[in-house]
Design a protein around this ligand. Sequence first.
Ligand code: 13P
Ligand code: SF4
Length: 345
Amino acid sequence: MSAEATTGSGRLAFTPEVERATRAIYERVRNVIPGVEWPVHAPLIAAINELKRQRNAVILAHNYQTPEIYYGVADYRGDSLGLAQEGARTDADVIVMCGVRFMAETAKIMSPRKTVLLPDMEAGCSLAASITGADVRRLKARYPGVPVVCYVNAYADVRAEADICCTSANAVKVVESLDTDRVIFIPDGYLGRYVASQTDVEVILWEGTCEVHERFTPQDIREFRRSRPGVHVMAHPECSPEVLREADYVGSTSGMIRHIETAQPDQVVLVTECSMSDNVAVQFPDVDFVRPCNLCPHMKRITLANILHSLQTLAPAIDVAPDVAERARRSMERMLAVGRTTATA
Ligand code: 13P
Ligand code: SF4
Protein backbone atom coordinates (compact mmCIF):
# COMPACT_ATOMS: atom_id res chain seq x y z
CA MET A 1 0.00 0.00 0.00
CA SER A 2 1.29 3.49 -0.81
CA ALA A 3 2.44 5.67 2.09
CA GLU A 4 0.50 8.58 0.61
CA ALA A 5 -3.11 9.59 0.93
CA THR A 6 -4.86 10.99 -2.11
CA THR A 7 -7.31 13.85 -1.69
CA GLY A 8 -9.12 16.07 -4.14
CA SER A 9 -6.32 18.57 -3.66
CA GLY A 10 -3.45 16.17 -4.27
CA ARG A 11 -1.28 13.76 -2.32
CA LEU A 12 -0.46 14.05 1.35
CA ALA A 13 2.72 12.31 2.44
CA PHE A 14 3.42 10.26 5.56
CA THR A 15 6.36 12.41 6.66
CA PRO A 16 8.27 12.04 9.95
CA GLU A 17 6.35 15.14 11.21
CA VAL A 18 3.02 13.48 10.39
CA GLU A 19 4.15 10.26 12.06
CA ARG A 20 5.09 12.19 15.24
CA ALA A 21 1.86 14.24 15.23
CA THR A 22 -0.33 11.11 14.96
CA ARG A 23 1.73 8.63 17.02
CA ALA A 24 -0.41 8.91 20.18
CA ILE A 25 -3.60 8.38 18.14
CA TYR A 26 -2.12 5.28 16.53
CA GLU A 27 -1.07 3.84 19.89
CA ARG A 28 -4.72 4.05 20.93
CA VAL A 29 -6.19 2.31 17.86
CA ARG A 30 -3.43 -0.15 17.01
CA ASN A 31 -5.58 -3.18 18.00
CA VAL A 32 -8.24 -2.25 15.39
CA ILE A 33 -6.29 -0.53 12.56
CA PRO A 34 -3.51 -2.57 10.90
CA GLY A 35 -0.12 -0.80 10.87
CA VAL A 36 0.03 -1.07 7.10
CA GLU A 37 -3.01 1.25 6.83
CA TRP A 38 -1.70 4.00 9.09
CA PRO A 39 0.48 5.76 6.48
CA VAL A 40 -2.71 6.30 4.46
CA HIS A 41 -4.85 7.61 7.33
CA ALA A 42 -2.23 9.61 9.24
CA PRO A 43 -1.59 12.46 6.73
CA LEU A 44 -5.33 13.05 6.39
CA ILE A 45 -5.80 13.01 10.16
CA ALA A 46 -2.96 15.52 10.66
CA ALA A 47 -4.33 17.82 7.93
CA ILE A 48 -7.91 17.66 9.29
CA ASN A 49 -6.83 18.37 12.86
CA GLU A 50 -4.81 21.39 11.72
CA LEU A 51 -7.61 22.81 9.55
CA LYS A 52 -10.17 22.18 12.29
CA ARG A 53 -8.25 24.58 14.56
CA GLN A 54 -7.99 27.23 11.85
CA ARG A 55 -11.74 27.04 11.10
CA ASN A 56 -12.81 26.91 14.78
CA ALA A 57 -14.66 23.73 13.80
CA VAL A 58 -15.87 20.86 15.91
CA ILE A 59 -16.16 17.32 14.55
CA LEU A 60 -19.01 15.17 15.89
CA ALA A 61 -18.91 11.43 15.14
CA HIS A 62 -21.60 8.81 15.57
CA ASN A 63 -20.64 5.49 17.17
CA TYR A 64 -20.92 3.83 13.71
CA GLN A 65 -18.08 5.83 12.16
CA THR A 66 -14.84 4.03 11.33
CA PRO A 67 -12.09 4.09 14.02
CA GLU A 68 -9.76 6.39 12.04
CA ILE A 69 -12.53 9.03 12.06
CA TYR A 70 -13.84 8.21 15.53
CA TYR A 71 -10.49 8.31 17.31
CA GLY A 72 -8.45 10.25 14.74
CA VAL A 73 -10.38 13.49 14.28
CA ALA A 74 -13.63 13.54 16.30
CA ASP A 75 -13.98 15.97 19.21
CA TYR A 76 -17.20 14.40 20.35
CA ARG A 77 -18.32 10.78 19.89
CA GLY A 78 -21.69 9.34 20.79
CA ASP A 79 -25.19 8.20 20.00
CA SER A 80 -27.90 10.26 18.31
CA LEU A 81 -29.00 11.81 21.61
CA GLY A 82 -25.45 12.77 22.58
CA LEU A 83 -24.79 14.28 19.14
CA ALA A 84 -28.02 16.32 19.41
CA GLN A 85 -27.05 17.62 22.85
CA GLU A 86 -23.52 18.45 21.72
CA GLY A 87 -24.82 20.17 18.56
CA ALA A 88 -26.94 22.40 20.80
CA ARG A 89 -24.17 23.38 23.22
CA THR A 90 -21.02 23.79 21.10
CA ASP A 91 -19.62 27.29 20.60
CA ALA A 92 -17.62 26.37 17.49
CA ASP A 93 -18.33 28.32 14.26
CA VAL A 94 -18.48 25.17 12.15
CA ILE A 95 -19.86 21.71 12.93
CA VAL A 96 -18.74 18.76 10.80
CA MET A 97 -21.19 15.89 11.21
CA CYS A 98 -19.64 12.47 10.72
CA GLY A 99 -22.89 10.63 10.54
CA VAL A 100 -25.91 10.80 8.26
CA ARG A 101 -28.11 13.59 6.96
CA PHE A 102 -30.79 13.51 9.65
CA MET A 103 -28.00 13.95 12.25
CA ALA A 104 -26.61 16.96 10.38
CA GLU A 105 -30.14 18.37 10.23
CA THR A 106 -30.38 17.95 14.00
CA ALA A 107 -27.20 19.99 14.47
CA LYS A 108 -28.52 22.72 12.14
CA ILE A 109 -31.90 22.77 13.87
CA MET A 110 -30.23 23.13 17.27
CA SER A 111 -27.59 25.64 16.08
CA PRO A 112 -29.18 27.53 13.15
CA ARG A 113 -26.51 30.23 12.92
CA LYS A 114 -23.62 27.79 12.62
CA THR A 115 -22.28 26.28 9.43
CA VAL A 116 -23.09 22.56 9.57
CA LEU A 117 -21.16 20.42 7.13
CA LEU A 118 -22.05 16.88 6.05
CA PRO A 119 -19.08 15.58 4.02
CA ASP A 120 -21.36 13.53 1.74
CA MET A 121 -24.95 14.68 1.21
CA GLU A 122 -25.89 11.21 -0.03
CA ALA A 123 -25.44 9.83 3.50
CA GLY A 124 -29.12 8.99 4.00
CA CYS A 125 -31.04 6.47 6.11
CA SER A 126 -33.70 3.89 5.24
CA LEU A 127 -35.78 4.90 8.27
CA ALA A 128 -35.71 8.60 7.42
CA ALA A 129 -36.58 7.78 3.78
CA SER A 130 -39.63 5.74 4.82
CA ILE A 131 -41.87 8.68 5.73
CA THR A 132 -42.75 12.23 4.60
CA GLY A 133 -44.36 15.21 6.28
CA ALA A 134 -47.54 14.50 4.26
CA ASP A 135 -47.62 10.94 5.68
CA VAL A 136 -47.55 12.36 9.21
CA ARG A 137 -50.34 14.83 8.42
CA ARG A 138 -52.45 11.90 7.16
CA LEU A 139 -51.76 9.94 10.37
CA LYS A 140 -52.78 12.94 12.47
CA ALA A 141 -56.02 13.29 10.49
CA ARG A 142 -56.75 9.59 11.02
CA TYR A 143 -56.02 9.68 14.78
CA PRO A 144 -57.06 13.20 15.85
CA GLY A 145 -55.59 14.35 19.17
CA VAL A 146 -53.15 11.41 19.47
CA PRO A 147 -49.63 12.78 20.06
CA VAL A 148 -46.94 11.96 17.50
CA VAL A 149 -43.60 10.75 18.85
CA CYS A 150 -40.89 10.89 16.20
CA TYR A 151 -37.67 8.91 16.45
CA VAL A 152 -34.94 11.38 15.40
CA ASN A 153 -34.02 9.12 12.48
CA ALA A 154 -36.34 11.27 10.35
CA TYR A 155 -35.90 14.41 8.25
CA ALA A 156 -36.65 17.88 9.57
CA ASP A 157 -40.02 18.26 7.79
CA VAL A 158 -41.22 15.05 9.46
CA ARG A 159 -39.95 16.11 12.90
CA ALA A 160 -41.69 19.48 12.35
CA GLU A 161 -45.04 17.64 12.24
CA ALA A 162 -44.38 15.75 15.50
CA ASP A 163 -45.26 16.70 19.05
CA ILE A 164 -42.00 15.40 20.45
CA CYS A 165 -38.87 13.58 19.27
CA CYS A 166 -37.05 10.69 20.89
CA THR A 167 -33.93 8.62 20.34
CA SER A 168 -33.38 4.94 21.07
CA ALA A 169 -31.85 6.05 24.41
CA ASN A 170 -34.98 7.78 25.72
CA ALA A 171 -37.94 6.48 23.67
CA VAL A 172 -39.79 4.80 26.55
CA LYS A 173 -39.31 7.76 28.88
CA VAL A 174 -40.48 10.20 26.19
CA VAL A 175 -43.65 8.17 25.50
CA GLU A 176 -44.41 7.91 29.22
CA SER A 177 -43.77 11.63 29.75
CA LEU A 178 -46.81 12.46 27.60
CA ASP A 179 -49.33 11.17 30.14
CA THR A 180 -51.59 9.73 27.44
CA ASP A 181 -53.14 6.32 26.63
CA ARG A 182 -52.09 6.26 22.97
CA VAL A 183 -49.26 7.61 20.83
CA ILE A 184 -48.42 7.52 17.15
CA PHE A 185 -44.80 6.35 16.90
CA ILE A 186 -42.83 7.06 13.71
CA PRO A 187 -40.91 5.94 11.68
CA ASP A 188 -39.30 2.76 13.13
CA GLY A 189 -41.83 -0.07 13.51
CA TYR A 190 -39.40 -2.28 15.44
CA LEU A 191 -38.40 0.43 17.90
CA GLY A 192 -42.11 1.25 18.27
CA ARG A 193 -42.84 -2.40 19.12
CA TYR A 194 -39.98 -2.41 21.61
CA VAL A 195 -41.41 0.72 23.28
CA ALA A 196 -44.86 -0.91 23.36
CA SER A 197 -43.34 -3.92 25.15
CA GLN A 198 -41.98 -1.63 27.89
CA THR A 199 -45.04 0.51 28.62
CA ASP A 200 -48.83 0.34 29.03
CA VAL A 201 -49.28 3.14 26.48
CA GLU A 202 -50.85 1.91 23.21
CA VAL A 203 -48.45 2.52 20.32
CA ILE A 204 -49.75 3.13 16.79
CA LEU A 205 -46.92 2.09 14.47
CA TRP A 206 -45.40 3.24 11.19
CA GLU A 207 -43.61 0.35 9.51
CA GLY A 208 -40.23 1.88 8.65
CA THR A 209 -37.15 -0.30 9.18
CA CYS A 210 -33.41 0.18 9.47
CA GLU A 211 -31.79 -1.70 6.59
CA VAL A 212 -28.85 -2.65 8.83
CA HIS A 213 -30.66 -3.95 11.91
CA GLU A 214 -33.50 -5.70 10.09
CA ARG A 215 -30.96 -8.11 8.59
CA PHE A 216 -30.18 -9.77 11.94
CA THR A 217 -32.18 -12.93 12.65
CA PRO A 218 -32.81 -15.00 15.80
CA GLN A 219 -30.81 -17.77 14.10
CA ASP A 220 -27.80 -15.42 13.96
CA ILE A 221 -28.01 -14.95 17.74
CA ARG A 222 -28.33 -18.69 18.37
CA GLU A 223 -25.30 -19.26 16.15
CA PHE A 224 -23.24 -16.68 18.14
CA ARG A 225 -24.20 -18.48 21.34
CA ARG A 226 -23.38 -21.89 19.86
CA SER A 227 -19.96 -20.84 18.57
CA ARG A 228 -19.09 -18.73 21.63
CA PRO A 229 -20.57 -20.32 24.77
CA GLY A 230 -21.16 -17.68 27.46
CA VAL A 231 -21.14 -14.73 25.04
CA HIS A 232 -23.11 -11.68 26.24
CA VAL A 233 -25.54 -10.62 23.49
CA MET A 234 -26.45 -6.93 23.27
CA ALA A 235 -28.91 -5.77 20.62
CA HIS A 236 -30.09 -2.41 19.33
CA PRO A 237 -33.88 -1.85 19.55
CA GLU A 238 -34.01 -1.22 15.78
CA CYS A 239 -33.77 -5.06 15.51
CA SER A 240 -36.89 -7.20 15.20
CA PRO A 241 -38.77 -8.33 18.35
CA GLU A 242 -37.67 -11.93 17.61
CA VAL A 243 -34.00 -10.85 17.75
CA LEU A 244 -34.52 -8.71 20.87
CA ARG A 245 -36.11 -11.70 22.64
CA GLU A 246 -32.84 -13.61 22.19
CA ALA A 247 -30.66 -10.79 23.60
CA ASP A 248 -29.27 -10.35 27.14
CA TYR A 249 -29.45 -6.55 26.87
CA VAL A 250 -31.33 -4.12 24.63
CA GLY A 251 -30.23 -0.51 24.29
CA SER A 252 -28.93 2.39 22.24
CA THR A 253 -25.32 2.42 21.08
CA SER A 254 -24.16 4.48 24.08
CA GLY A 255 -26.34 2.37 26.36
CA MET A 256 -24.39 -0.67 25.16
CA ILE A 257 -21.10 1.01 26.07
CA ARG A 258 -22.34 1.87 29.56
CA HIS A 259 -23.66 -1.66 29.98
CA ILE A 260 -20.25 -3.18 29.16
CA GLU A 261 -18.72 -0.91 31.81
CA THR A 262 -21.10 -2.15 34.50
CA ALA A 263 -21.68 -5.80 33.47
CA GLN A 264 -17.99 -6.40 32.60
CA PRO A 265 -18.63 -9.44 30.36
CA ASP A 266 -15.65 -11.45 29.03
CA GLN A 267 -17.13 -11.92 25.56
CA VAL A 268 -19.61 -9.67 23.82
CA VAL A 269 -21.51 -9.56 20.57
CA LEU A 270 -22.97 -6.16 19.64
CA VAL A 271 -25.94 -6.82 17.38
CA THR A 272 -25.68 -3.53 15.53
CA GLU A 273 -23.58 -1.78 12.88
CA CYS A 274 -20.11 -3.14 12.13
CA SER A 275 -17.79 -0.30 13.17
CA MET A 276 -19.30 -0.06 16.63
CA SER A 277 -17.43 -3.18 17.80
CA ASP A 278 -14.09 -1.78 16.58
CA ASN A 279 -14.68 1.52 18.38
CA VAL A 280 -15.77 -0.13 21.60
CA ALA A 281 -12.91 -2.67 21.45
CA VAL A 282 -10.48 0.25 21.74
CA GLN A 283 -12.16 1.27 25.00
CA PHE A 284 -12.29 -2.28 26.42
CA PRO A 285 -9.10 -4.06 25.32
CA ASP A 286 -9.71 -6.98 27.73
CA VAL A 287 -13.16 -7.82 26.37
CA ASP A 288 -13.38 -10.28 23.49
CA PHE A 289 -15.71 -8.89 20.79
CA VAL A 290 -17.43 -11.19 18.31
CA ARG A 291 -17.84 -8.97 15.24
CA PRO A 292 -20.93 -9.51 13.18
CA CYS A 293 -20.57 -7.35 10.11
CA ASN A 294 -23.63 -5.49 8.91
CA LEU A 295 -22.37 -2.21 7.46
CA CYS A 296 -24.51 0.92 7.16
CA PRO A 297 -23.76 2.08 3.60
CA HIS A 298 -24.85 5.61 4.53
CA MET A 299 -22.55 5.94 7.53
CA LYS A 300 -19.71 4.57 5.41
CA ARG A 301 -20.01 7.44 2.92
CA ILE A 302 -18.12 9.60 5.39
CA THR A 303 -14.35 9.27 4.92
CA LEU A 304 -11.26 11.13 6.09
CA ALA A 305 -10.80 12.40 2.51
CA ASN A 306 -14.28 13.93 2.27
CA ILE A 307 -14.05 15.38 5.81
CA LEU A 308 -10.86 17.19 4.77
CA HIS A 309 -12.43 18.38 1.52
CA SER A 310 -15.47 19.60 3.39
CA LEU A 311 -13.34 21.63 5.83
CA GLN A 312 -11.30 23.06 2.96
CA THR A 313 -14.35 24.18 0.98
CA LEU A 314 -16.88 24.66 3.84
CA ALA A 315 -19.25 22.54 1.74
CA PRO A 316 -21.58 20.76 1.46
CA ALA A 317 -23.46 22.69 4.12
CA ILE A 318 -26.86 21.63 5.47
CA ASP A 319 -29.75 24.03 5.14
CA VAL A 320 -33.12 23.66 6.84
CA ALA A 321 -35.91 26.12 5.96
CA PRO A 322 -36.36 28.46 8.98
CA ASP A 323 -40.08 27.72 9.51
CA VAL A 324 -39.46 23.95 9.35
CA ALA A 325 -36.41 24.28 11.63
CA GLU A 326 -38.42 26.30 14.14
CA ARG A 327 -41.16 23.65 14.41
CA ALA A 328 -38.67 20.75 14.41
CA ARG A 329 -36.65 22.52 17.13
CA ARG A 330 -39.73 22.64 19.36
CA SER A 331 -40.15 18.85 19.17
CA MET A 332 -36.39 18.36 19.75
CA GLU A 333 -36.40 20.73 22.73
CA ARG A 334 -39.36 18.95 24.27
CA MET A 335 -37.34 15.73 24.03
CA LEU A 336 -34.24 17.30 25.56
CA ALA A 337 -36.38 18.63 28.42
CA VAL A 338 -37.50 15.08 29.22
CA GLY A 339 -33.83 14.37 29.82
CA ARG A 340 -31.53 11.45 29.38
CA THR A 341 -32.75 8.10 30.66
CA THR A 342 -31.44 4.66 31.39
CA ALA A 343 -34.86 3.08 30.78
CA THR A 344 -34.03 1.84 27.27
CA ALA A 345 -30.44 2.96 27.11
P1 13P B 1 -28.27 5.43 18.41
O1 13P B 1 -26.81 5.69 18.32
O2 13P B 1 -28.99 6.61 18.90
O3 13P B 1 -28.53 4.20 19.22
O4 13P B 1 -28.81 5.20 16.93
C1 13P B 1 -28.49 4.12 16.15
C2 13P B 1 -28.64 4.39 14.72
O5 13P B 1 -28.98 3.56 13.94
C3 13P B 1 -28.31 5.71 14.26
O6 13P B 1 -28.40 5.75 12.91
FE1 SF4 C 1 -30.31 4.65 9.23
FE2 SF4 C 1 -29.91 2.17 10.08
FE3 SF4 C 1 -27.92 3.47 8.87
FE4 SF4 C 1 -28.73 4.20 11.34
S1 SF4 C 1 -27.79 2.27 10.78
S2 SF4 C 1 -28.30 5.55 9.59
S3 SF4 C 1 -30.92 3.79 11.23
S4 SF4 C 1 -29.87 2.88 7.92
